[in-house]
Write a new protein. Sequence first.
Length: 432
Amino acid sequence: MSNKSWLEPNSKSNALYQRAKEVLVGANTRGQVWLNPYPPYVQRGEGAYVYDVEGTRYLDLTNNLGVLIHGHAHPEVVAAAKQQVEDGVCFALPTESEIPLAELLCERVTNFEKVRFINTGSEAVAIALKAARAYTGKTKIAKMEGVYHGSYDFVEISNYSTPQNWGNDPANVETVKSTPHGIVDGVVVIPANDSAASERILREHADDLAAVIIDPVPPRCGMQPLAPEYVSTLRDLTRELGALLVYDEVIALRFGYEGSQGRFGGDPDLTALGKIIGGGYPVGAVAGKSEYMQAFASDVPTSGTFTGNPLTMSAGLASMQVLTREVYQHLDDNGDKTRAALTEIIQKHGADMQVTGTGSMFSIHPHTRSIDSYRSYYRSPEEAQRVSHIHIEMLKRGVLVAPTCTGFMSSVMQDDEIALLCDTFDTVLGDL
């Protein structure tokens, strides 16, 4: 393992950064993973670890923000991908490869009767909402304040509102400058886990409401399942108002063999999927009941040069087949152990922090207030700075978590990896 830091002036990462500045806007393509002044550049991944261009090894608890549920280069996924590369990776005709992956999804999740593949989770959300509009004949969509659903204009509203602009009832705050007024006005924003306020707001827009989209385990609400009574209220209300209930399980499918809706309950009409179903390759999908999915065959044409490409489908099928009930249990057990151990370290140091999460995910927060919504999750500039400091200090010591101090655990992690994470966190808090 190299002792050379990516931050040294003569590092290979710095040289790559200098090249990137010349040809990439902001020297990068993915703002979510960029670090100041520049990040370490990854060369390869193996199992639970990645290696940067200096040769430094990092325990990877991002797994490409939840995509790689089996870590890097899992042999069965690699074998499936290699075989497909030899057979061809994309064609202007359908292939058999998309059928078994769709069959697997429909067999596992009760509400999945039909599937439509697309290329990303953001696209899956977008076409699910288009299908809801087409089915209902209405135009407005509702989303929870501060909950991320990808880069579709309508679901970006109120992504990053602050105490200065979020209002009493959640305000419609644009994320991208000069978002058209028609888009801003076409969104209804509701507070997570507040049944009374959400019902009141949704009833005000009943005549125009096409869909309510929710993440059943929203990361910006502590990565904990929404209250069952809140979900039940939304389910009953959407039926009454003639709107569809859409789940965003792009991340949340990792919480159970039957998805988060199988584990925590819920009865969505449509579900947007992505991340783990592609085996590490670009993927998105919408799944749901045949009645609502029929919109894709009539009123919502979707296509895409790489949609349903056999490389993604083959790798995704291999990855999902490895993801058995026993593997899910292993992930859950490791998640429980990790959250408990991190909590003990926080208590040992008397830090004003807490750990929350579900299943194979955890999130470290720079406060101890109860979290059940975006507003209680919201991090002040000072709190965000503390999180950033912890993230960077852990990275310097060989542990990679997301910049929000969130971890996406993989099935190949064992007790040694949990110990490495916890020992590093202990050291960082001690230095603080």
